[in-house]
Design a protein. Structure first.
Lengths: 207, 168
């Protein structure tokens, strides 16, 4: 399974209004473009940073209990702050599913190994922390089925997707989705304001 | 009877429609954590470190749920990476309430560095802050903290210092 297989398997089981929080790592524009094609719309918050993604997704799940939230974290990112697994285990947000894209390396910096290339098993770590449902998927069919079940079951879950590192699809420059961290945030909150009928960033604070 | 600090903080948060409190406890703000955790109007989320807490608060804000991070001032050192990324990459606000531990006169020398590093770090990350010492200032300052964060889309910090809290 490669990263594109992971994306296609996951996108295939998402609803259009499911919220995804993603970090695309190296060659991010190409990966973001592919994700945008597979999961079109503005329901992806994709401009975050390693170490805070799952915590951020948990905050979104707290704020939007009526929406399904999928955190698309990575092995290197989650290993920067595994304490969030313990917080999630105690809080158990029913609308949050965590997908860990685990290629066992820091691909963007030259494929240096992460600890999951050794003895570390993130699904077992999550299980030990107290996450009620955990799994590891090694092929697209298993990943799609597990992700769909975890999104549907109304319970916190974490699935680790083991995949091989590799380059992104070769998109010509005119097909790449232009993006910017701040623009991405504003587009995402305007999307939420529109779909949830709420005010997140008013023009003026007149309270 | 004089109101408790925690009650005043919750009053200020309620005034600014903020009902999620994320925290890593310290003794100086104990009343705030305990009242937030036991008050049905608020959701209290305990975290394993302050950086994680900052990202949870940021997620809440992005989803339209106002939230605040409550921690000892030493937590700024732990949360630097999260705070810097959220502010300077994404402009996602994280309002914070800090206790000032380690100020001049503190006998516990291990806390001295907390006070000495707090203001330089806040300044380095361009986080506006206010230090208050009187109970009369708590409610409006807490509400103001939230309004500042919304309007600026940037972090802001409110620091509680003695005699408002203990410390020496």
């Amino acid at each position: 399974m490669n990263r594109e297989d992971v994306f296609r398997a996951v996108a295939g089981v998402l609803h259009p209004d499911d919220i995804t929080v993603a970090w695309f790592g190296g060659e991010r524009n190409q990966w973001k473009t592919l994700w945008h094609e597979l999961h079109p719309g503005e329901a992806t918050m994709s401009s975050l940073f390693m170490g805070g993604l799952t915590a951020f997704a948990f905050g979104l799940a707290v704020a939007l209990p009526n929406r399904r939230v999928l955190a698309m974290d990575s092995d290197g990112s989650l290993l920067l702050g595994v304490g969030i697994l313990c917080t999630l285990a105690n809080e158990r947000p029913p609308n949050l599913t965590v997908l860990v894209l685990d290629n066992e390396c820091y691909e963007g910096t030259g494929r240096q190994p992460t600890h999951t290339s050794g003895h570390v098993d993130l699904a077992r770590l999550a299980d030990g922390a107290g996450i009620p449902r955990t799994a590891t998927a090694r092929d697209p069919q298993a990943l799609a089925a597990t992700t769909a079940e975890m999104l549907e079951d109304g319970e916190l879950g974490l699935v680790v997707a083991k995949f091989e590192p590799g380059p992104p699809p070769a998109y010509p420059p005119d097909r790449l989705v232009p993006w910017d961290d701040r623009e991405g945030k504003y587009r995402f909150i305007r999307y939420l304001e529109h779909t949830e009928k709420i005010s997140i960033k008013p023009i003026y604070v007149d309270e | 009877m004089e109101p408790h600090l925690g009650s005043l903080v919750l009053e200020g948060l309620g005034k600014a429609k903020t009902h999620v409190v994320v925290g890593l406890p310290d003794g100086l703000l104990r009343d705030v954590y305990e009242r937030a955790a036991s008050d049905a109007r608020f959701r209290y989320i305990g975290v394993t470190n302050e950086g994680e807490g900052a990202s949870i608060v940021a997620g809440c804000w992005t989803g339209g749920q106002r939230a605040v991070l409550v921690m000892e001032n030493s937590g700024i050192r732990v949360a630097c990476e999260h705070l810097a990324r959220l502010a300077h990459n994404n402009e996602i606000p994280v309002p914070m309430i800090l206790s000032l531990r380690g100020d001049l006169g503190t006998r516990a020398f291990r806390a001295h560095g907390h006070a000495q590093s707090m203001e330089p770090l806040l300044q380095a990350m361009r986080i506006p802050y206010k230090i208050i010492t009187r109970k009369d200032d708590v409610v409006d300052s807490v509400a103001g903290l939230i309004y500042h964060a919304i309007s600026s889309q940037h972090h802001a910090a409110l620091v509680f210092a003695p005699p408002l809290i203990g410390g020496a």
